[in-house]
Design a protein around this ligand. Structure first.
Ligand SMILES: Nc1nc2c(ncn2[C@@H]2O[C@H](COP(=O)(O)OP(=O)(O)OP(=O)(O)O)[C@@H](O)[C@H]2O)c(=O)[nH]1
Ligand SMILES: [Mg+2]
Length: 451
């Protein structure tokens, strides 16, 4: 049952600068006055809801909202019909009316029924964390694929909730949660039209992805190992890519500055080439639909030979952020990949801080750097060279004589230790780097003990 409420206006002041920036950034839509609602579940640690709500405030500001206040309710379990208790909702609603709030944002995903009931109760637009993140993504998407993906995720989130928007459409133009894709006109069409649009996007995405996979196979022909930069949003991933490769990816003190992947070649001190990809950042409670929609973009992560997990060690919740990133990696099927932990922003750590020591203790191969100043970059490059050193595996192959191109290629990329001829077959014992294995797969007779 309801036990405690607080209107965190201190957080609002802290966000003034954010709001101002957001005001400038907002694309020709009015900045909305938002009220945030979180719940404190008895089963969770007491700080969890606080931090999650602070992050929600940052997200709201990023989307162009001005946070007017926030309310928290302690609960055993969320209410099936209205998420928070109806009494509490009425109390918040009164506050919102008095303060001219036009959008309520819940920190957790609401069911379609909860959204509808809450809109009636509050008599204004009610969004959840998912819709807010989707809105930010819609503002950020630049490539055709990114835009299609985000529109698909938005429509899928919207479809079961469509009815609640009817009333708003006549009064409102744009605003948080209603941007992106085809805009408001999209929301005016009926369910069937939305479904048709979903089908069309799915088809278009198929075409775009085909083109991408053509590009990818061109890349694979180079046989360069692929390292993917992953990490919590704002950890410094793009800054690191820029620092290492001289790329010019936008790096900003904003959540989800990067959406579309960028890949650059990096030549290591050992002269080995590696492809580095920077992509979308992760966040707690990342909407499942969004993870689904971005799976294709995140293929670089799934296919990578090595993950570079960038952590902002100066962030008070660095540990929880690491866990959130690991959770998303699991969800996209990139769990258990070889990972190099990179502890970034060491320049921001106060002297004598022992948090870095604790991280390095737990991840002995981890490297501490400042992507901004360049501190620690030589150590990082050395570690990368070690981790990506081609391990040549020893195997026996049988290649028909007429496949002279295969035999030539084997001599070119492998190290042939032994060779003899048997009928129309040439037999080899050779060491071959793992990323060439696929080329010779058909001819491998057996794996030999690595000497
Ligand atoms: N002081 C300091 N700031 C850093 C460092 N690395 C990155 N930053 C800052 O942190 C902010 C976020 O950096 P980005 O590189 O955009 O972070 P990102 O991980 O790509 O973020 P998203 O794309 O939003 O997920 C920017 O303001 C950077 O200038 C660092 O080593 N030290
Ligand atoms: Mg980035």
């Amino acid at each position: 049952m309801p036990a405690e409420t607080c209107y965190g206006l201190a957080a609002v002041e802290k966000d003034q600068t954010h709001s101002l920036k957001a005001l400038i950034d907002t694309r020709n839509t009015k900045t909305e006055r938002v009220f945030l609602v979180g719940i404190e579940l008895k089963s969770h640690k007491s700080w969890e809801h606080r931090e999650s709500l602070e992050e929600l405030a940052e997200l709201a500001a990023t989307a162009g909202g001005e946070v007017i206040g926030e309310g928290v309710q302690k609960l055993e379990t969320p209410n099936a019909a209205t998420f928070i208790g109806t009494g509490k909702a009425a109390e918040f609603s009164k506050y919102c009316k008095e303060h001219n709030v036009d959008t309520i944002i819940f920190d957790d995903e609401l069911s379609p029924a909860q959204s509808r009931n809450l809109e009636k109760l509050f008599n204004c637009k009610v969004l959840d964390r998912t819709a807010l993140i989707l809105d930010i993504f819609a503002q950020r998407a630049r490539t055709r694929e990114g835009k299609l993906q985000i529109e698909l995720a938005q429509l899928q989130h919207l479809l079961p909730r469509l009815t609640r928007f009817w009333g708003h459409l006549s009064r409102q133009s744009g605003g948080i949660g209603m941007r992106g894709g085809e805009g408001e006109s999209q929301l005016e069409v009926d369910r069937r039209k939305v479904q048709e649009r979903i089908e069309k996007i799915t088809r278009d995405l198929g075409t775009v992805r085909n083109q991408r996979s053509i590009q990818r196979s061109a890349r694979q022909r180079n046989n360069w190992p692929l390292a993917s930069i992953v990490g919590y949003t704002n950890a410094g991933k793009s800054t690191l890519l820029n620092q290492l490769t001289g790329a010019a990816v936008l790096a900003e003190n904003k959540l989800f500055a990067t959406l579309d992947p960028t890949t650059r070649r990096l030549r290591l001190p050992t002269n080995q080439n590696v492809l580095l990809t920077d992509t979308v950042g992760f966040i707690r409670k990342l909407p499942h639909g969004l993870v689904e929609a971005f799976k294709a973009t995140l293929e670089e992560v799934v296919e990578a030979d090595l993950l570079l997990h960038v952590v902002d060690v100066s962030h008070p919740q660095a540990e929880e952020q690491i866990q959130a990133v690991e959770g998303v990696l699991k969800e996209i099927g990139a769990e258990g990949k070889p990972t190099l932990m990179i502890f970034n922003k060491v320049d921001l750590l106060p002297g004598g801080s022992d948090s870095l020591g604790r991280f390095l203790e737990r991840h002995p191969n981890g490297v501490s750097i400042s992507a901004r100043s360049g501190e620690g970059i030589p150590t990082l490059l050395a570690e990368l060279s070690t981790q990506l050193r081609p391990i040549r595996e020893f195997m026996e192959l049988a290649v028909p004589h007429e496949k002279s191109d295969v035999i030539a290629r084997l001599h070119e990329v492998g190290q042939v230790i032994e060779r003899h001829y048997e009928g129309d077959m040439a037999r080899f014992k050779a060491r071959i780097a793992p990323h060439f294995h696929r080329e010779f797969e058909r001819f491998v007779v057996r794996e030999l003990q690595t000497a």
